[in-house]
Design a protein around this ligand. Structure first.
Ligand SMILES: CC(C)(COP(=O)(O)OP(=O)(O)OC[C@H]1O[C@@H](n2cnc3c(N)ncnc32)[C@H](O)[C@@H]1OP(=O)(O)O)[C@@H](O)C(=O)NCCC(=O)NCCS
Length: 184
């Protein structure tokens, strides 16, 4: 399977699924200068490329201060950070303001326990306060991520390059009503 870049979009912010944070875990906001924690989690979770020490700054340098409101860590009760999600935004995406789900990751030791959806509920609730629509970038090989995003009402942006091939690949391993509705 190729790992095509894909974009997913959600044209409104209504009906956001609510998944509570499970017992034993806590969501907290990012605090100043906690980029190294973000890098540790992304590095452990990322299956397709090496996460270098500068990635965090490249991704968020536009507004580090906004991270204290928009970025979240999922921690264990003991305070160990094991997940990260950022409710980012693009103020001018082809002339429109879009909320953006950015860099979702759960440490491999904690994957497969349904922890991504509770993180999404928190980040989407934040985006709903400030944005009328949202989008995200991901890639066709990231099946658990795509399953979560489809369940959260994001759908394939079929205007992107290679989208037919990309989404046909996803649909070959993931059956989902949204994909069927899109013809896959
Ligand atoms: C994306 C990520 C945060 C998801 O967390 P996770 O703990 O792996 O996700 P879950 O195990 O809760 O799985 C999410 C959903 O995908 C489903 N799923 C997982 N693997 C699947 C597969 N191979 N085929 C079909 N469905 C699958 C799960 O059943 C679950 O759906 P459900 O809630 O209806 O049961 C995590 O996989 C991760 O950190 N990946 C690496 C980084 C990454 O790719 N991030 C996304 C960047 S856009």
């Amino acid at each position: 399977m190729k790992n095509y870049s894909v974009r997913m979009i959600r044209e409104h912010m209504e009906d956001i699924p609510q998944f509570p944070i499970p017992k034993g875990f806590v969501m907290r906001n990012y605090r100043p200068d906690e980029g190294a924690i973000w890098t540790r989690i992304q590095r452990a979770a990322e299956p397709y490329f090496d996460v270098d020490d500068q990635l965090f700054a490249r991704e968020f340098k536009r507004d580090f201060g906004a991270l204290e409101d928009r970025s979240f860590y999922l921690t264990t009760d003991a305070g160990e950070e094991i997940g990260t999600i950022t409710a980012w935004w693009q103020p001018d995406l082809d002339g429109e303001d879009w909320g953006q789900i950015h860099w979702v990751a759960i440490h491999p030791d904690y994957q497969g326990r349904g922890l991504a959806k509770p993180m999404m509920s928190v980040a989407m609730a934040y985006l709903k306060r400030f944005h009328e629509r949202s989008f995200l970038g991901t890639s066709s090989g990231r099946i658990p991520a795509i399953k979560v995003y489809l369940d959260f009402g994001f759908y394939p942006d079929l205007e992107r390059e290679n989208s037919q091939q990309a989404w046909a690949e996803v649909a070959s391993v993931l059956q989902h009503p949204v994909l069927r509705a899109c013809g896959f």
